[in-house]
Structure formats: structure tokens, C-alpha cells
Design a protein around this ligand. Sequence first.
Ligand SMILES: [Zn+2]
Length: 236
Amino acid sequence: MLNTKLWLKLVLVLLVTLLTLWQLSSSRQFQLFGTLVDKVDTEQKLVALTFDDGPTPQYTAGILQLLELYQVKATFFVTGAETQRYMTQAKQIVAAGHQLGNHSWFHNRMLLMSLDDISREIEGTDQQIREAGFQGDILFRPPYGKKLLMLPWYLASTNRTNIMWDIAPETFDQDSEDPQSMATEVLEQVEPGSIVLLHLMYKNREASRTALPIIIKGLKAKGYRMVTVSELLTTQ
Ligand SMILES: [Zn+2]
């Protein structure tokens, strides 16, 4: 029989291990296999705006109009399910010269998923992205930014790059968000090669949609040009 002290030690070791794995799964700078990018090493004043989730019929046209107005190119990390459902909007994004990236099919957490399920999520979404007409490299961004073992392994074995971010001005408490302070956060943190994460596609993201033109104008005023992630990657 194990004595109480030893049990306590074992529980402690287990807790520390779990905590370490959880932190590792959320890291924006490190994963166990393959290529992860959270910011591009460049001296040029370039920044990539990335928008996760969707597309949705409610907000895609408005976002595209805004990007057109300011002559800005962006990267949309879309889900396979929404791309299939809203193919018209996905095609509009591609036709406007923006980049589509893979954000999984169902947007479930992929931490404990089997390789088979990971493969279905990723390959199925890639097919939809191709159907929308996007021809460049398809980059990946994990739902909730979460990855640990199998997902990085699959991405590495299929030569896919995992794109994280170095600036995320949204907190997850969406109700208390102030567009102006979100924009200020981006403008204070931005550096050449930064990747900015925003969510614009759902109703509860009004603050982010309001912040977008303030962010774009502010970045331009600081001398930054906004490009797709793939374009940013070519400058490193
Ligand atoms: Zn997402």
C-alpha cells in the first residue's frame, strides 16, 4: 500500500504535468512538431490582419467593402462547415484577392482528437477552400489556438504551417469591449511582421467590427501596409 505522503506527491506531480501540458497546448510560440509562426521576422513595415471563423452571410460583404475602401488585403481563417454552407461569401472573399486559411471543419477543440478525425477536419476544409477558388498555400490555424501532440504531428507530416498571432486585442469577455481601446492595443503593440487576430463574423462581435477601420487607419498612419499572411511569410 502506498502511504499518504506518497499519494500526495503523485497527485502533485500529476497536477503539475497537466498544467504544463495545458500551457504548452496554448503556447503561441512553441509546438512539438512542424512550423509554427506567431510573427514574421522582417524589417519591412508589414502587418497581417487575420479574421477567424465564418464566413457568414451577415457580415462578409461589409468587411470586404471596408477592406476594398482602404485597399487592404487580409487572411480569413474559415471553417469547412461554414465555407460549404456559405460558398457564395467564400468565393467573394477569394475574388476580392484575400487569402483563405483552414480553421478546421467543425471548430471543435482538437487537443485530444484522433489522427483520423484531424485528417477529416483538415482535408475536408481544404477541399472547400479550393472550391471557393483559392489557389495559394493553405495555412492552418487551430480552433481556440489549441494544439498539443497529434495536431502538430499531422500538420508537420503534411507540410502545413500553423499560423498563430502576436496581437489579439479582443478579450473573451465580449460585452465589455471598447473598439477604441482595442485599436489602441494593436497600435501600441504592432511591430514589423506582426500578425493580428480578430473575430468579425458573428453578431456578438460588433466591437471588433467597429474597431477594424480604426485599426486600419491607425496602422496606415504609422506607415504600415497590410498584406496576407502568405505575402508576409515571403518577406522573412
Ligand atoms: Zn475560431
